[in-house]
Design a protein around this ligand. Structure first.
Ligand code: SER
Length: 326
């Protein structure tokens, strides 16, 4: 990896991955691309940034050619809740975008990272210790695009030799950039609410258990996979990775260790609850551990401590707006 393009760079993952890649591979070698004209300052000041629409195939081709890109981290995507509201747009962005990225990678010999998700599972999947290879019949458009994306990535590797690698990420918890319309967003919102209001109204049931990960682990997982020894990768794509799992009730108990007066109430959103109910409580990530040494560093206790500490500092600072992922 010498010349890198990150699509969806202003989103929850992209805003942190871009900075980490710039530290590792040199600031000028990592081009960030996102749909915002003016992203937050560390993204635009730490290296090249382009405003783009992932549906613009010409832009993609031209950027990869002119900037001699050899690796594309393709993060531009519509998340689960927004996707249910705008399924046609989700198909266009999630599938159309991936197809163009894979075609461009094939044409210019690039490696590709593709983030799949716990959303790629669905009813019929064993939801506890969800195996690496199992039944996948997602019933959300988000899940359908993620599963079809996994298959398309496999196809481009086996048929054309494009080095496409990917992870099935659980819900991601981070303090830097808000997630943009996902089912697991409560696990980020709750920290902001705890620090600003001392209370939170949760859209999922108190006992909804979901697979989760703190962002530094996710960034490390993505970079490890892309640097992993090609010969050791049996699955290569769509690796289950996990770090912790909890319910809103259990997260509340942890937050109360630091903010004893914090209260939670529940106003269940049936759409998001139905999505959560069809997703794994926790995945079996033994393939990732065995093939490229995956191991999480953060659990619920340390994630809660870090989130509260970092957010307290962030919320006390003068604001640059949080940028929602598409
Ligand atoms: N965090 C995503 C969502 O909730 C799942 O991949 O949509």
């Amino acid at each position: 990896m010498k010349r890198i393009l990150v699509t969806g760079a202003t989103g929850q993952i992209g805003s942190e991955l871009t900075i980490a890649l710039r530290h590792a591979y040199g600031e000028a070698n990592v081009i960030a691309a996102g749909h915002q004209r003016r992203p937050e300052c560390d993204l635009r000041e730490s290296g090249p940034y382009c405003a783009m629409d992932i549906r613009d195939a010409e832009w993609l081709e031209q950027t990869v050619r002119e900037s001699r890109i050899d690796t594309i981290f393709h993060l531009a995507s519509v998340l689960s809740v927004v996707a249910e509201q705008r399924p046609q747009l989700a198909w266009e962005i999630n599938m159309g975008g991936l197809y163009k990225v894979l075609e461009t990678a094939l044409q210019f010999g690039c490696a590709v990272f593709f983030p799949s998700s716990i959303g790629a599972f669905g009813p019929g999947t064993p939801l506890e210790n969800t195996p690496q290879v199992t039944i996948q019949r997602p019933n959300t458009i988000y899940g359908i695009t993620k599963l079809a994306g996994e298959l398309l990535c496999d196809y481009y590797y086996h048929r054309f030799g494009v080095d496409v690698r990917g992870l099935r990420l659980p819900g991601l918890i981070s303090y830097k950039t808000l997630p943009g319309g996902g089912t697991t967003d409560y696990a980020v919102e709750i920290f902001y609410a705890a620090l600003t209001e001392g209370r939170y109204c949760c859209f999922l049931k108190p006992d909804s258990r979901l697979d989760m990960m703190y962002m530094p682990d996710a960034i490390r997982a993505i970079m490890m996979l892309m640097e992993a020894d090609d010969e050791k990768l049996i699955h290569r794509n769509a690796y289950n990775v996990t770090a912790m799992n909890f319910t809103p009730e259990e997260l509340t108990v942890q937050i109360r260790r630091s903010i004893p007066d914090f209260t939670i109430e529940y106003d269940i959103d049936p759409t998001r609850q139905a999505i959560a109910d069809s997703w794994p409580r926790y995945m079996d990530d033994s393939a990732a551990r065995a093939e490229w040494g995956w191991e999480p560093h953060y659990d619920l206790v340390t994630t809660t401590q870090e989130m509260l500490a970092h957010l307290a500092v962030k919320l006390a600072e003068p604001k640059e707006d949080d940028h929602a992922a598409r």
